[in-house]
Design a protein around this ligand. Structure first.
Ligand code: XBP
Ligand code: MG
Length: 225
């Protein structure tokens, strides 16, 4: 069960740029630097992240309606797609090989993410080709659940669709939110350290690696993931 942002690709720098371009487009006086964005990444979901940031402003100096936030996020999502479709955001080492080996061996794969569905399409159509969806039995995106990671909802939906108990699967994640979400759904977790979460404490993970290429192909194929 594959997370997307940070796990399949180092996408968060592209998200951060897209957020900042959206702020500029709408004349908002903000620009999230890496340190600020790293803190805000603890909030899953772009809209939720914007709202959390607004609420953290001194005296709540700027008020945006839900309609404003949705418009801002739509612009950001379009901008993110432009950035990713330029080809600048490649899959992390070992990800494409894992996907293709799983398909060739009939191992079922699920995408379980809190990112927007459009972001998955942009990233994977660019990196896996126009028929990228045929690699996955299940795709659960942020729109498919009311409670995002660290809540287990996305993993529970994926397990229900796969018809599998969590213990027979493996989640591949990069964040504590992702670890908590999968663990709460009873799914063992392999962490691949990403740029924004490389120094996190991943106590409770079944294993922690820097990249998937560190794992021998045989590591994978005695279970669905
Ligand atoms: C990462 C997220 C997303 C992205 C931004 O999801 O929490 O919010 O940061 O995408 P995951 P949106 O690691 O579960 O893939 O702006 O579309 O939310
Ligand atoms: Mg992630």
């Amino acid at each position: 069960m594959l997370d997307v942002d940070g796990t399949m690709a180092e996408t968060e720098e592209f998200h951060r740029r897209a957020f900042n371009d959206a702020f500029g487009h709408l004349g908002l006086p903000w620009s999230w630097d890496i340190a600020t964005y790293g803190r805000l990444l603890r909030i899953a979901g772009g809209r939720e992240r914007i709202r959390h940031f607004l609420n953290s402003l001194p005296g709540r100096s700027v008020v945006l309606s839900d309609k404003d936030i949705n418009e801002l996020h739509r612009f950001k999502t379009r901008r993110y797609a432009d950035l990713v479709c330029s080809g600048a955001c490649e899959l992390r080492p070992g990800v494409a090989a894992l996907i293709h080996q799983a398909r060739d061996r009939g191992v079922r794969l699920a995408i379980v993410t809190t990112t927007s569905r459009d972001n998955i399409v942009a990233l994977l159509s660019r990196n896996l080709g126009p028929d990228w969806k045929r690699n996955f039995d299940v795709i659960v995106a942020g729109e498919d659940v009311s409670k995002k990671k660290p809540e287990p909802d996305a993993y529970i939906v994926a397990l229900g669709t796969l018809g599998l108990p969590g213990a027979t699967c493996l989640a591949i994640e990069d964040s504590r939110n992702g670890l908590a979400a999968a663990a709460a759904a009873g799914v063992p977790v392999l962490i691949t350290r990403s740029l924004y979460f490389r120094d996190e404490d991943f106590t409770g993970a079944a294993a922690v690696v820097d990249h998937l290429v560190e794992l021998h192909p045989e590591f994978w194929f005695d279970q669905d993931c």
